[in-house]
Ligand binder design. Structure first.
Ligand SMILES: NCc1[nH]cc(CCC(=O)O)c1CC(=O)O
Length: 320
């Protein structure tokens, strides 16, 4: 059988994610998979992610390769995927989500609280307005101030800022550190009560052309329906706020189990100013939605409530 061509970015994280999905595809479908490396604008640009638009920069080159039939399928970090799905491409699978939380990598193995109170204005590296807003709000609640410093670069580069003493800490997605085998660097996992992750954080998206029904069906073997429902609600919230992945929006849907059965979904959303002076945070709990459409409706409803509480004014420039 001919190998399926899996397009992947060249970064260590993308390669790790793609290798993991390739193994799963081979295990579940019996088809061999070969990796095809693609360079994206997000990988070569030195501009701050927020300035080049954030939404979609890592994704569009892989999608172009799909539509040009240079590859058969692609794996994206779901949080980097624009909320509008093009008709020509199918989101064939959302595999079971890894840890959705943000992780702190701090000097002297400090937690966020210890770091924030340890000295005046701890320097915390993150380029994400969402993380800035919530970390600054948390510091304010502790009666301290931190200095958030915009950084970019791969995981090694970011951790390097702490190693060389330039920063007191950096914040990264726990899932990414786990996928790279760097989870030992984590000194604190940030509770979603205090720092809501980005919509879709920790989840992957497996995409192929919509016209390839056989491949779409084969890849759907990797789909985790609970993860799909949760991230659908989170992304619908983001879309209804008309915000992009570089907006200061956090969203997290957790499904709670009653014994073996998953019965309830709680969706939380947050939007704030990067300085943390204002934060709108709302949540809703109800029965687990029975379909993606129902999940999306819950996300949109919560977004409407957030907008009614002033969320729009907190998002600054609308991304796309
Ligand atoms: N924006 C870059 C990005 N996209 C996905 C991840 C991590 C893995 C994930 O969230 O699934 C990261 C790095 C980070 O936020 O630390």
């Amino acid at each position: 059988m001919s190998a399926l061509r899996l397009g992947t970015r060249r970064s260590q994280l993308a390669m790790a994610q793609s290798r993991g999905v390739a193994e799963q595809v081979t295990r579940l479908t019996g088809r061999p998979v070969e990796l095809v490396e693609i360079t994206t604008y997000g990988d070569v640009s030195r501009e701050a992610l927020a300035q080049i638009g954030g939404t979609g920069v890592f994704v569009s080159a892989l999608r172009d390769a799909l539509l040009a039939d240079e590859i058969d399928f692609a794996v994206h970090s779901l949080k980097d995927l624009p909320t509008a799905q093009p008709d020509s491409l199918a989101l064939a699978a959302v595999p079971r989500r890894a840890d959705p939380r943000d992780a702190l990598v701090a000097r002297d193995r400090l937690t966020f609280e210890k770091l924030a109170v340890a000295r005046g204005r701890a320097r915390v590296g993150t380029g994400s307005p969402r993380r800035m807003a919530q970390l600054n709000a948390w510091a304010r609640a502790l009666g301290c101030e931190i200095e958030t410093v915009a950084i970019r670069g791969n995981v090694d580069t970011r951790i390097g800022y702490v190693r060389d003493g330039g920063l007191d800490a950096v914040v990264l997605a726990s899932a990414g550190l786990h996928r790279l085998g760097r989870e030992g660097e984590i000194t604190d996992l940030l509770a979603p009560d205090l720092v809501l992750p980005a919509p879709g954080q920790g989840a992957l998206a497996v995409e192929c052309v919509a016209s390839n029904a056989d491949l779409t069906a084969a890849l759907s073997a990797l789909d985790d329906p609970h993860t799909r429902v949760a991230v659908t609600a989170e992304r619908a919230l983001l879309a209804a706020l008309e915000a992009g992945c570089s907006a200061p929006v956090g969203a997290f849907a957790d499904l709670s189990a009653d014994g073996r059965d998953i019965t309830e979904m709680r969706l939380r959303g947050a939007v704030g100013t990067p300085d943390g002076s204002t934060l709108v945070q709302l949540s809703t709990t109800g029965p687990v939605p029975g379909s993606a459409d129902e999940a999306a409706a819950i996300g949109r409803e919560l977004a409407e409530e957030m907008l009614a509480k002033g969320a729009a004014g907190l998002m600054g420039e609308r991304a796309h």
